[in-house]
Design a protein around this ligand. Sequence first.
Ligand SMILES: [Zn+2]
Length: 481
Amino acid sequence: MKHAHSLIGSFSLTLISSSVRSQCFRVSVVSLLFFSYSSLASPDFTKLAPRTRDVLSRLVAFDTVSPPGNEIAAANWVRDELTKNGITAEVLSPDGKRGNVIARLKGDGSKRPVLLLAHLDVVGFTRAGWKSDPLSLVERDGFLFGRGVADDKGMAAFLFVAFVELARAKLPLTRDVILALTADEESGGDHGVQWLLKHHREKLDAEFALNEGGQVRLFGDKVQVGVQTGEKLYLDVDITARGKSGHSSVPSRQNAIHRLANAIAHLSDLEFPIRLNATTRGYFAQVAPLYDGDEREALLQVASNGKDAPRAAEKLAKRPYWNSLLRTTCIATVVKGGIRVNALPSEARANVNCRIAPDDDPAEIVAKLKAAANDPKLTWKHDLPARAPESPVDGAGYRAIVEAAQRTWPGSTTVAFMSTGGTDSRWLRAVGIPGYGVTPYPAARGVELHAHGHNERIPVRSLVDGPRFVYEFLISSAVKK
Ligand SMILES: [Zn+2]
């Protein structure tokens, strides 16, 4: 009854204010229905910010640098916090050290579950480059600093808070809501999502998933919500050249380092063809207005797919960022060879890191590398990645993101994009669970670049926007209307 009363109260209040502003009656009725519903249901995330900060601060303090990860302590802490809130949770571990924590709010089963996913491990750091302790959450100049705040403990904290609030609200759910905070994203996923999908598939099974990997950007005062619906596939290729060891004063022509250097020089000339998928074309069309002059013109031409598109794409590809969205790239990242300055090396090795466009076949990319290197005596090692289809932009998952974005940042635009980096969504997509990457806080361009570097940061207002966006996403996707 209380619900019904406040729904009516909120409805009429909104009706009055919206009639002043309304441009189109039908649109305003639809949006005020959403608005009334969410203002009825949504907790005040500004008031909850100290708790969100506390959860993030606890998570940052656990040393989960991966490898070795050791997420088990963090996972146990999350489980205990959920238990205190009356939610049953379990920790699943392949070896007692890597920790995955999973909890579920039951729905009426009329729809398949929604999965909220974040990883608890972080990349390593060198303290020298940091202005504060990377394992303590510190506020400075409007930002929160700490290893993992952007990738991905911030998201873990926001998912956690929204999940607990949804449980508290006791709203009727049409589908189960699964929270999974997992291990081992940064170094492969063998003990995290991949392991869970192999051994506990039913615990993650969902119609769609919300994960990291998107970008909510501020262009001036405009908020643009970038939703990651696909990603390039990740492939490391290990190339080994062998030669005769011995004294460098009596060299032979069979020198391992020269051989490897020759092969790498050939690879540096290799360029893969430009590939444009629907997501990238749509993305270019939507971001074009945010750029100026020639760049805007070229983006629009590529998006239109007309006769000038190939030339425009070539022009854009001169910039590394656009190039990485337009084609598969392979680049040498590690070279090792030789042990003494006066000894001939018996072996030299290189790692070539490839980021493969979803339309390209990884096996064909490796074949092209081999052909370009043109040395049959080289040894090649690699694990081909599974192909992962893009997540649809016309399903319930994407729709819920658009609605949540509108309620969290009114007037924002939402665009789908393919990311050049990899996330755990690739494992989900490979088994038929569409993953959507949203990093739910607006930040100026460039803030995300600190994610794996020194002084990783997120804006302080993320503590409000983050859990609010997740909550609105759940209202849209899982709460009975
Ligand atoms: Zn991450």
